[in-house]
Design a binder for this molecule. Structure first.
Ligand SMILES: [Zn+2]
Length: 490
């Protein structure tokens, strides 16, 4: 008996920190039976037989004897080395991978993070049972890169809420995730698709993960948005705005209010196959706004302004082409002319008045509805390239244009309201509003959409439908332009 105890003691002393392999197990959520898997303790760290575990995870394994490296799927494990490479990312283990009894051992639970990436399976180590449980779920569900009008959006969806932080360190955008497993292989595929970043690098370690985007020069800015209660992370990349280069001096002067108003772009809404709103006595919006625009042009030209019209006859012009024309012509002011309308006999009688709009997210349902109606012209577009509503993401991408020109657009609407007050057509609410009018998107200059009155209201329509009324309206617009023009330095 003494002899036996001595052997045990000697054996334990010899083992020291390195204890023999224990009978652990591995179980997939889809399987009922557990498979045997050796687990042992080395220097008080749990370690797992790496080749066996990787085979149980159905990863194709290959041993490179020269490099002392095990390849398992897209992961690489090197003897006496704490770094594990999985696809394009690198994970660091707390202790190196070790060779014991002719096989590679990897530390638990740290080794499970790169293995999750390599296998796509959720892995959990249970030290009481000495068991590794493999589930089908993983944190990252998808990664997608969308191209937007003025940028790109990288969208990453997760199976649960994730903690993500965003840092900007020119020219890098860095997104750091806590306790999250990324699918680095999937992320790596996106880099070829982007025109705004040249490189996407993802690094995974046991507790955190990081995505680094190397932004190109043409990328103006990047920001992170969280949606879907934190289960979706979006990185918005804005392209640098490209206002017409030759006019940059005049537009920026106009934007700061110190420039001169030389070129005015008038945009009579609708036209051709698009009559716009149809009102009292079958009056058509497209005819009224064209008549007003032509009269206004005459008055402005006589005062020495350069005036451009997006249409000067009964032609259909696509919605997105209108602000594009204005920018191409290097306009200093863009005015889109429209008539308002409502449905329902009762509302038609009582809803009246003029209102001037700038491009900003609508604050009332009423303004939203008006923008929706005006944006309907997009449905008549042959190319179908436009959208009838501006999404929350697109609003953010528009910030650049909005920040530059909103103040001046607002200032101009102030003069419009002043000039219109006391006329036949009454003021609708405050006379000034904001909404997502597609026709104002992409006009790199102060831009206003004018609803000159309600074509569905008998009083407004009777006035707008006559030459006298159109004269009066264009005179008021003209006066407002002159006042604004004087104020900004003409
Ligand atoms: Zn209209």
């Amino acid at each position: 008996m003494q002899h036996f105890l001595l052997i045990i003691l000697l054996f334990c002393a010899w083992l020291g920190a390195q204890q023999p392999a224990l009978a652990g197990s591995f179980r997939q959520s889809t399987d009922t039976a557990a498979m045997p898997l050796e687990i042992r303790r080395v220097d008080s760290v749990w370690m797992v037989n790496a080749p066996v575990l990787t085979r149980l995870l159905a990863l194709q394994t290959r041993w490179n004897p020269g490099a002392h490296r095990l390849q398992a799927g897209k992961s690489f494990w090197t003897q006496d080395n704490p770094w594990v490479v999985v696809g394009d990312s690198v994970s660091k283990l707390p202790v190196p991978v070790r060779m014991i009894d002719g096989t590679l051992w990897a530390p638990l639970p740290a080794a499970l993070a790169p293995l999750r990436q390599a296998s796509g399976k959720e892995l959990v180590f249970n030290p009481e049972l000495l068991r590794i449980e493999a589930g089908a779920a993983k944190d990252m569900l998808s990664a997608d890169l969308q191209s937007l009008d003025n940028g790109e959006m990288l969208e990453i969806r997760f199976s649960r809420k994730v903690k993500a932080e965003f840092f900007q360190n020119e020219p890098y955008s860095i997104i750091r995730f806590e306790n999250t497993v990324l699918d680095t292989a999937l992320l790596g595929q996106l880099q070829k698709k982007s025109s705004l970043f040249s490189r996407l690098l993802s690094v995974q370690d046991a507790k955190s993960a990081q995505i680094t985007l190397q932004l190109r020069d043409i990328c103006e800015s990047a920001e992170m948005l969280r949606r879907d209660s934190g289960r979706t992370v979006q990185i918005l990349l804005r392209k640098k705005a490209s206002p017409p280069s030759t006019s940059s001096s005049s537009t920026s002067k106009a934007a700061t209010g110190k420039g001169r108003i030389r070129t005015i772009v008038l945009d009579p809404g609708h036209g051709g196959k698009d009559p716009g709103a149809i009102g009292v006595k079958s009056l058509q919006e497209k005819d009224i706004v064209l008549a007003v625009a032509l009269k206004l042009k005459k008055k402005l030209t006589a005062q020495g302004y350069q005036v451009k019209l997006t249409r000067d006859d009964d032609n259909f012009v696509e919605l997105p082409d209108r602000p594009a024309m204005a920018s191409k012509w290097e306009g200093d002011l863009f005015i889109s002319l429209h008539c308002n309308a409502v449905d329902g006999a009762e509302r038609q009688k009582k809803t009246e008045g003029f209102k001037f709009y700038i491009l900003r997210e609508a604050e009332s349902e009423e303004d939203k509805a008006i923008a929706r109606r005006e944006n309907k012209a997009i449905e008549l577009s042959a190319s179908k390239k436009g959208k009838s509503e501006i999404s929350p993401v697109e609003w953010i991408l528009l910030e650049n244009q909005l920040n530059t020109y909103t103040k001046e657009s607002e200032r101009f609407t102030g003069y419009l309201v002043e000039s219109y007050e006391g006329g036949t057509i009454k003021k609708m609410s405050s006379g000034a509003g904001q909404a997502g009018f597609m026709v104002l998107v992409g006009a790199f200059m102060p831009a206003v959409l004018v609803e000159i009155g309600f074509i569905t209201n008998p009083v407004d329509a009777a006035f707008m439908g006559t030459t006298k009324g159109q004269d009066d309206i264009s005179t008021r617009l003209f006066k407002a332009i002159q006042s604004y023009s004087k104020a900004v330095g003409n």
